[in-house]
Design a protein around this ligand. Structure first.
Ligand SMILES: [Zn+2]
Length: 484
């Protein structure tokens, strides 16, 4: 420019025209060269971050891209372009792309923005609680209920894993994106049930006088398990003194729940030994039974009657005997061998007929009995082979006890003499005594001469240190042995 101004000063208007011409020519040449040599470069400039992470709940406004054509020769020269945008963007988890595109006949350019749609929300676990709910100590927790949901996945309740450990329940759940939620519940333990005491043998039973008392019980607690050894038993049973004894059982579990129970033990009878005499009278009651009862009353001796219904007019003696403390037991109603040993059914029919009478007179059916002819009789084989074995087994099944005898008075046919009856009886008793067993004496109260021997037998027994007792289901049975 400095030079041009100097020329203008020196040369004036003509020279200036010439220079303008030169200038225009150069410009035209340059412009021509530009159009010949230049080409346009597509440019895509993504606005903002080309890679974006987006929560699936967020809305996204695309800031777009700047696109234009740029001169290859003179980069500061640009021209506008039309943007073509293509996108698969949605709220679905995963990667999506937005394409920014420009293109002409010769060239094109593509800019890509990557959008990572993610779920970072964690699922929510809701624990339900039941009012007053508790778990027993040493027992597994009983679930009160729970639910789990996730903002993206929805209900995840069935995905929850729960684990009980050290007094807590731990719940864990993960959503499909791996977001995990944990929650724990403290288990409330309690113990509100008292132990249960079980009395073997029941809350009330009889105990034979003289037998050392054994107590059997157990206690179980819902939390502590077996607490039998914590049971405290109060009271005692004096097995040498008849009477009713109350035992009290108390037990407390380790959380203070207590329970108690009572048992009444009736100590009865006496401890039988070789000095024991069981007088028994079969086939009555009859016309001499009242007299016999008078004699027994006089000495306060208790005996046993194996009753029939042969003399129904004397049935009232059963009542009198029972009220006086004698044992009234069954001997069958008819005492007819052919009839009673014809069949098992016939036997028990006859048995029950006299037991009906006993019940009517005494208020109780008897569980004690004596077979007519004794358990060793073989006459029954004439009517039914093996019936004695069957009846004995059936008796055991029904809970009946049968007695034979080990002292025979001979009054059933051996003698009709009172003194001989007396001699037979005391000889038998002495024999048993020497062999260490109690005596079960067989007499018949329908025979006057036999009844008349009773007073002498009692006097002899009392003078010689014996005691008389009625039979009970705990007594010596003097079984002969079954032969049919
Ligand atoms: Zn008889």
């Amino acid at each position: 420019m400095f030079n041009i101004r100097c020329v203008m000063v020196v040369s004036g208007g003509r020279k200036m025209k010439k220079w303008i011409l030169v200038f225009l020519t150069i410009t035209a040449v340059l412009t021509g060269c530009f159009f010949l040599l230049n080409h346009w470069i597509p440019v895509v400039e993504i606005i903002g971050d080309p890679e974006i992470t987006l929560e699936y709940t967020e809305t996204f406004e695309d800031p777009g891209a700047n696109v234009y054509w740029r001169s290859s020769l003179l980069p500061f020269i640009t021209k506008e372009a039309e943007l073509d945008t293509e996108s698969d963007l949605s709220n679905d988890l995963g990667d999506h792309q937005i394409h920014y595109h420009i293109k002409n006949h010769h060239q094109e350019a593509d800019g890509v923005r990557v959008i990572h749609v993610v779920d970072t929300d964690r699922p929510v676990i809701h624990l339900e609680t039941i009012e007053d709910h508790y778990t027993r100590y040493n027992h597994p927790y009983e679930e009160e209920g729970f639910s789990a949901s996730d903002p993206h996945d929805g209900d995840l309740t069935d995905q929850v894993v729960s684990e009980e450990k050290d007094g807590y329940v731990y719940y864990t759940v993960s959503d499909s994106s791996g977001n995990t939620t944990k929650k724990r519940r403290k288990i409330f333990y309690d113990d509100r049930e008292a132990p249960v005491i079980t009395m073997d043998g029941g809350n009330e039973f009889s105990w034979q006088n003289g037998i050392p008392y054994e107590d059997h019980y157990s206690a179980e607690d819902d939390c502590d398990g077996d607490v039998t050894d914590k049971v405290i038993v109060e009271g005692n049973v004096d097995v040498h003194t008849n009477g009713d004894y109350t035992l009290t059982y108390t037990v407390e579990d380790s959380h203070g729940n207590a329970s108690s129970a009572e048992r009444i033990v009736h100590v009865k009878g006496f401890f039988e030994n070789e000095n024991t005499i069981y007088l028994t009278f079969d086939d009555g009651p009859g016309s001499h039974t009242d007299h016999l009862l008078d004699v027994l009353d006089q000495y306060n001796v208790k005996v046993t009657f194996f009753a029939t219904n042969a003399y129904p007019g004397y049935a009232y003696c059963m009542k009198r005997a029972a009220e006086a403390g004698h044992t009234v037991a069954v001997h069958t109603a008819s005492h007819n061998y052919a009839q009673i040993y014809a069949s098992d059914e016939a036997y028990w029919d006859d048995f029950n007929r006299v037991n009906d009478v006993i019940e009517a007179q005494t208020g109780n059916r008897s569980r004690l009995f004596r077979f007519p002819g004794g358990s060793s009789n073989t006459v029954s084989a004439n009517y039914s082979e093996g019936i004695m074995s069957r009846l004995a087994a059936e008796a055991a099944e029904y809970g009946y006890t049968y007695f034979d005898w080990n002292v025979s008075s001979g009054d059933a046919g051996g003698t009709t003499d009172t003194n001989t009856v007396y001699e037979n009886v005391i000889r038998g008793i002495q024999y048993n005594h020497d062999h260490g067993v109690p005596s079960v004496v067989l007499q018949h109260d329908i025979k006057e001469f036999s009844v008349n021997a009773v007073e002498s037998i009692i006097l002899w027994g009392l003078e010689n240190g014996y005691h008389f007792a009625p039979l009970s289901d705990l007594s010596f049975t003097a079984h002969h042995g079954i032969a049919n």
